[in-house]
Each structure stands twice: as structure tokens, then as C-alpha cells.
Design a protein around this ligand. Structure first.
Ligand SMILES: Nc1nc2c(c(=O)[nH]1)N[C@@H](CN(C=O)c1ccc(C(=O)N[C@@H](CCC(=O)O)C(=O)O)cc1)CN2
Ligand SMILES: [Mg+2]
Length: 302
């Protein structure tokens, strides 16, 4: 059986480091870091994530300010809010919760955030700094995954890594961070031929495609480390039963909790083949929020 890479436990370690950093600022006579969270519309999952971010801020002493706008907000109004937050000296970090409602251009919003306040690390200036291997604000999910791997002593030098997914938020930056640590990196995606065979070459497999249970146990090289970035809600009972065939008890527990969440990897199957696996929930999700607050402290400290 593989080791479970506990994202929640590592997120708590990261949050404790942020809390100490905030204390140190205050001991030096500086104010607490300030994070502005912009939520447009009423997407229920986004509301939960924003609430969780504010709760995490409160835990570590970061001041968080929520800005809620109706779904019909015109782009110009969102632009104006971002401009005000860019100019506000009390605001160190700005986050626009994604996805934005239909009709709003998320790239335009993200590009308007000052790169020095871009705590999501999505601005092209920060993506460019990452590409060049220079310090900057880096995307939270991949940087927190790197921190998790480092904590567990995964030596990336020369290792074959396959990143499944090519999003700007996870896949591409994750590939760059692995390359920086001297891994041999393949980015695979929906058009990749013979995806199972490509995945089977990976000593480290990072799945970030948002397709529930796509990666089966037979896709995983024995002894590989598997990081599952997908967080999918399954409504279809038959699909749930197939994905959770190796762990019916977990399926029951998730159903009893009200939502069947699953990653891009079939966790129960991966546990039989891999050496280490991140679970869903309790894996990469909590790390994303810890990464965000780490970036907020970094932005405040300049
Ligand atoms: N501006 C951003 N928007 C979005 C991001 C982001 O990083 N920046 N990522 C996701 C949503 N997200 C944070 O915003 C996020 C998603 C999930 C979790 C999490 O902890 N999930 C739990 C399960 C929670 C549940 O019950 O649903 C887990 O995996 O254990 C944290 C953050 C899209 N938008
Ligand atoms: Mg893709």
C-alpha cells in the first residue's frame, strides 16, 4: 500500500509558517498583510472557497476584505474595482475568484491586477518570471505541490515527471517548477496519443485535467508518486460506483457527507500501485489556500 501524502497536514505546516511571518511583521511595527478577495456572482462552490480563504486568513492574522459583486456586473465596473485595489496601500494581495460569470473576460481582469499584488500568480509578468526561473509570485497550487514533495523528500533530479493537463493555472507552471528542479518533464493532454502508456513512464505523475477518475491503477508505474490536483463532484451514481470500486466504504462516507468528491485519479487503485498518493479531499485543495496565504505574506514583505 502507498503512503498517503496528507495535504491538509502540510497546509497546516505552511499556515503556521505564515502565522509566524505575520507575527514577525507586527513585532517589527508593520501592519498585518491585507488580502482583497473579489467574488462576482453566486456560484455556490466559489462562495465556499472564498469563505474558506477568509477563515484561513483569520487563523494566521491576515486581514481579508471581501468584495462581492452581482453576476451582471459590467467589465468596466470590475476593472474600476481592481484599479482601486491596486492603488490601495492597505491591500497587499488581490484575488479574483474564478470562474467569473459568463460575459466577463477573466484574462482581462487577471491582467489588470498589479503584478506585485497578484497573489494567485496568474499575471503574465509573474508567469514570465517563472519561465525565466526568477523570483516572483508563483501560482499557488503548483508551488504548494512542490512544497509538499520537498517535505516528503521526493528527489526530483533526473526523475521522469508527467504532468497531465496544460492549464495556465496548474499544468504549465507545474511543468516549469519541476523542470527548475531538474526533472525530465512531459506535458500530456487530451490530444496526447496513448495517454496510459505516457503516464506509465512517470516516476512522478501530476494529474490536473478535471476529469473524475481518468487515471486508473493500470496507468501508474509501480512505485510512482502521484499528485492528484483534480477536485471533481460526481452526480452520476453509476460513475461513482465504477471509480470507487476499490473503496466502497469511502464512497459511502462521501455520500453521507452530501457530496461525492473525487480526483482525476482513482485513489483506491493508485494506492495499490504507487509509492505515495495525494487524496481527494484533503490533498491539493487545502494546499492551494495555504499557497495563497504564503504569497500574500510574500507580497506584503515585498
Ligand atoms: N482565483 C482563483 N480561483 C480559483 C482557484 C484559485 O487558485 N484561484 N482554484 C479553484 C478553487 N479553489 C480556490 O480558489 C479551491 C478549490 C478547492 C479547495 C479545497 O480545499 N477543496 C477541498 C474540498 C472542499 C469541498 O468540499 O468542496 C479538498 O480538496 O480537500 C480549495 C481551494 C478554482 N478557482
Ligand atoms: Mg488539458
Amino acid at each position: 500500500m502507498a503512503t498517503i501524502l496528507d495535504g491538509k497536514a502540510h497546509a497546516d505546516r505552511m499556515l503556521e509558517a505564515v502565522r509566524l511571518g505575520v507575527e514577525a511583521r507586527k513585532a517589527g511595527g508593520l501592519r498585518a498583510p491585507g488580502l482583497a478577495v473579489v467574488l462576482v456572482g453566486d456560484d455556490p462552490a466559489s462562495q465556499v472557497y472564498v469563505r474558506n480563504k477568509s477563515a484561513a486568513c483569520a487563523k494566521v492574522g491576515i486581514t481579508s476584505l471581501e468584495h462581492r459583486l452581482p453576476a451582471e456586473t459590467p467589465q468596466a465596473e470590475l476593472d474600476a474595482l481592481i484599479d482601486r485595489l491596486n492603488a490601495d496601500p492597505e491591500v497587499d494581495g488581490i484575488l479574483v475568484q474564478l470562474p467569473l460569470p459568463k460575459g466577463l473576460d477573466s484574462k482581462r481582469a487577471l491582467h489588470r491586477i498589479s503584478p506585485t499584488k497578484d497573489v494567485d500568480g496568474f499575471h503574465p509578468v509573474n508567469q514570465g518570471l517563472l519561465l525565466e526561473g526568477l523570483p516572483g509570485l508563483r501560482p499557488c497550487t503548483p508551488s504548494a505541490c512542490m512544497s509538499l514533495l520537498a517535505h516528503h523528500g521526493v528527489d526530483l533530479k533526473g526523475l521522469r515527471a508527467v504532468v497531465l493537463g496544460r492549464s495556465e493555472i496548474v499544468g504549465k507552471p507545474m511543468a516549469l517548477m519541476l523542470l527548475e528542479q531538474h526533472a525530465t518533464v512531459t506535458i500530456a493532454h487530451s490530444r496526447t496519443r496513448d495517454l496510459p502508456a505516457v503516464c506509465r513512464e512517470a516516476d512522478l505523475l501530476v494529474a490536473a485535467v478535471g476529469r473524475p477518475g481518468l487515471v486508473e491503477g493500470s496507468w501508474i508505474k509501480p512505485g510512482a508518486v502521484v499528485v492528484d490536483v483534480g477536485i471533481n463532484r460526481i452526480e452520476d451514481e453509476a460513475l461513482g460506483a465504477r471509480i470507487f470500486a476499490a473503496e466502497p466504504k469511502k464512497l459511502e462516507t462521501l455520500r453521507a457527507k452530501g457530496a461525492v468528491l473525487c480526483g482525476d485519479v482513482r485513489f483506491g487503485e493508485a494506492m495499490q500501485v504507487a509509492s505515495a498518493v495525494t487524496p481527494v479531499p484533503g490533498g491539493v485543495g487545502p494546499l492551494t489556500i495555504a499557497g495563497l496565504l504564503t504569497n500574500t505574506l510574500q507580497a506584503a514583505n515585498g
